[in-house]
Design a binder for this molecule. Structure first.
Ligand SMILES: C[S@@+](CC[C@H](N)C(=O)[O-])C[C@H]1O[C@@H](n2cnc3c(N)ncnc32)[C@H](O)[C@@H]1O
Length: 422
């Protein structure tokens, strides 16, 4: 069996993820504003509402999520596994999504050239025999001014699984079914976690998997049974992008890469901030270990124009709206069964707390002082930052207010996002 066949068989047996909720960020256009802001686009080269998006290795629910957040986009969603695509198509139909074309396709065989504004591939190319083939295919598919959102495994997150998976492979026998291999992993988890003389590396991860084994088989199978995965450290990720002709534009959740988010020791933080950015991220990765952020990166083609940071005048001129929260479509046994709503934040004591998202992934947890509420509400309808600064600076002080709003934009908290005024 080729590596690709083995990966296809894995996902046919355990379609990933187990559909649970499809989230639509509100208002319409908010997610696109985040993307434009993080890639420092100016109005003249914003990703248009009708942008073409390739979701490479779409899994069961990602295409529907993007379709709901980017309703005017033209989306092509591809995957290696028929089992996955069947579920993805069924969910899209149930959700009334009509802007996705699903196709069975191996990323290694994709022949797109300069066709897409955005290529999204999260949790996929690290399951290819040569992930560079995948990254190059994504890069080649982009229009000169396009961007790719790529997530590959952070090796810190996977390290503890490697010895367990090796033992599982050794203990598996020829001809065993996917169910039997799953059962073997389950037996191994009990044996290892309950034996007083065993001290498995990553006991918390393995315990989490044991807790999930009866209700989220795809998650557990991805961790413990997968036939092929590559993992990355910070340097490895940047080498991969570079070799594929891509250039880092932004982390998807930039604030997750600030050391000050994890430590309070100011001299240590200052030393870290004096390093160049890649070394700062290497320090964050090394010190936060299993708690380090996901490797979710936005990259552009190397020849795309370099966009400088926004000047203060440009920030003041941005037309901005506040997040209106997330409309969730709950799914059980592959059927959309209920809808729910998550507000943009909850008030907890003196803080506003919540999770900002960019259409997929775990999102970015934040906590901001409750006083920010008035400022956030000032953007209930689209207004320029400058207008709100003028309206509220007597109360907050101009400089403090500008800093507060900057902290709410997508590079930090993400409760505000620019909208194209057109
Ligand atoms: C871990 S899942 C991630 C799904 C989705 N991207 C997400 O984030 O929810 C990996 C998906 O990539 C698909 N896949 C793996 N290798 C692939 C390849 N070479 N070409 C296309 N799809 C592939 C699998 O079938 C599976 O659906």
């Amino acid at each position: 069996m080729s590596s690709f066949d083995a990966v296809e068989a894995q996902y046919d047996a355990f379609p990933y993820p187990q559909p649970s909720v499809v989230a639509q960020q509100l208002p319409a256009g908010f997610a696109r504003g985040v993307l434009n802001f993080l890639t420092r686009r100016r109005l003249e080269d914003w990703f248009p509402a009708s942008m073409r998006i390739w979701i490479a290795g779409c899994g069961t629910q990602q295409a529907s999520m993007w379709a709901l957040c980017y309703p005017e986009a033209e989306i092509v969603a591809t995957d290696l596994s028929d089992g996955v695509l069947d579920i993805a198509r069924s969910l899209a139909a149930q959700l009334g999504v009509d802007n996705v074309l699903f196709e069975k396709q191996n990323i290694a065989d994709a022949a797109y050239e300069a066709e897409f504004d955005l290529a999204v591939s999260t949790g996929v190319i690290h399951h290819m025999p040569d992930p560079l083939v995948g990254a190059t295919s994504l890069s080649r598919s982009l229009k000169p001014n396009g961007a790719a959102i790529v997530m590959v495994y952070n090796e810190m997150h996977r390290r503890a699984l490697v010895p367990f998976r090796s033992a599982h492979q050794l203990l598996s026998q020829d001809g065993e079914s996917a169910d039997q291999r799953y059962q073997l992993a389950s037996t191994m988890l009990d044996a290892v976690l309950d034996a007083p003389r065993c001290a498995p590396i990553g006991r918390p991860s393995l315990t989490g998997l044991r807790n999930a084994r009866d209700h989220d088989r795809p998650f557990v199978a991805d961790a413990l049974l997968h036939p092929l995965e590559h993992t990355y450290d910070v340097s490895g990720l940047f080498d991969l992008l570079d070799s594929a002709g891509l250039r880092y534009a932004s982390w998807l959740h930039p604030a997750a890469w600030d050391l000050s988010r994890y430590l309070t020791d100011e001299p240590l933080i200052a030393r870290c901030e004096a390093l160049d950015p890649i070394d700062q991220w290497r320090v964050v990765h090394a010190l936060t270990g299993v708690g380090s952020p996901m490797f979710e990166v936005i990259a552009e083609r190397r020849e795309a124009p370099i966009r400088p940071p926004y000047s203060l005048d440009e920030v003041l001129a941005l037309q901005v709206v506040r997040s209106n929260g997330v409309q969730g479509f709950g799914i059980e046994h592959e059927k959309v069964t209920k809808t729910g709503f998550t507000p943009p934040y909850e008030i907890e004591g003196a803080m506003l707390k919540g999770t900002a998202r960019v259409a997929f992934g775990p999102g970015n947890d934040f906590a901001v002082p409750v006083a920010a509420r008035e400022v956030i509400d000032a953007f209930a309808t689209e207004r320029s930052v400058g207008e709100v600064v003028d309206a509220l600076s007597s109360k907050f002080g101009r400089q403090d207010l500008i800093e507060l709003i900057a902290n709410l934009l997508p590079s930090q908290v993400g409760l505000l996002s620019p909208l194209h005024p057109a």
